[in-house]
Design a protein around this ligand. Structure first.
Ligand SMILES: [Zn+2]
Length: 269
């Protein structure tokens, strides 16, 4: 039974991922999300049998059936990623007592993953985090906190409420001190939501993980670039998108409850 349900959640995630691809491409272009998708190159409207997530992409060997132009790997990647996140969240919730609060917070998580997937790809492509998406994620975090007010001791409630602003603050300072050159304020807005979603202890854990992974990736990237262009001077690019690392840190901590700094263990916040 649980296997069948998990399978359906995975298919549902694929379908939603397919929709997110449309959102990512049409966001801020003035086009609505209605209407059937077409090829980006020749504009041919896709047939119904070309609209199956992942499968169509593989069957067509990553090419348009009409003009044979290459299709972006972003399509199946976003679909598969969304499906995995939905499935993992379903499994995380499936061994909990199912109250109304759990249903709400499951739904909040699914919507949150949608926002984060769009932010992730959007930041990769345009190096900017749309405000509306970051604030929506933060708002969902607040709603989640309020859901658990009746069952949460007061000091944990206030600690979680403060977690958002506390995590936002260092990003704001970095942004303020560097005049926006080191880091965009969008990353801070994302950290606000991460604090409200995870609470203070796990929130700090997610941000620290993001910095570690981001630093490791930057060093790797710089070494690779240095090997390619022998002798030329390279400094750290200021425009490395940081949102993907924040989202990765959030995802790891959300599913694995990793407490790198021991804050949660010590203070239970
Ligand atoms: Zn085409």
């Amino acid at each position: 039974m649980i296997f069948l349900a998990t399978f359906f959640v995975f298919l549902f995630g694929l379908a939603i991922g397919s929709f997110l691809n449309v959102v990512i491409y049409r966001y801020n272009t003035g086009r609505g999300v209605g209407g059937r998708s077409g090829c980006m190159n020749c504009g041919k409207t896709l047939e119904w049998y070309e609209l199956f997530p992942v499968v169509s992409f593989l069957v067509q060997r990553a090419r348009c059936r009409n003009c044979s132009s290459k299709l972006s790997w972003q399509y199946p990647a976003v679909e598969f990623l969304t499906a995995c996140l939905f499935t993992a969240t379903f499994l995380k919730f499936s061994d909990q007592a199912l109250g109304l609060g759990a249903y709400f917070s499951f739904f909040i998580m699914l919507v949150s993953w949608c926002l984060l997937v769009v932010i992730l790809v959007y930041d990769f492509r345009h190096k900017i985090i749309p405000d509306a998406l970051a604030y929506s994620f933060a708002a969902l975090g607040l709603v989640r906190i309020l859901l658990f007010v009746p069952t949460t001791p007061a000091f944990i409630f206030y600690g979680t409420l403060l977690a958002g602003p506390i995590l936002f603050l260092p990003f704001y300072l970095l942004w303020f001190v560097s005049d926006g050159r080191w880091i965009g304020l969008g990353d801070g807005k994302l950290a606000l939501g991460i604090g409200w979603m995870l609470g203070l202890g796990f929130g700090i854990s997610a941000i620290v993980l993001a910095f570690w992974i981001g630093a490791a990736a930057s060093i790797g990237y710089m070494l690779a670039a240095r090997l390619k262009s022998k002798g030329k001077n390279l400094t750290m690019k200021s425009e490395i998108p940081f949102a993907p690392y924040l989202i990765l840190g959030f995802t790891i901590v959300y599913f694995l409850s990793i407490d790198v700094m021991g804050v949660y263990t010590i203070f239970h916040l």
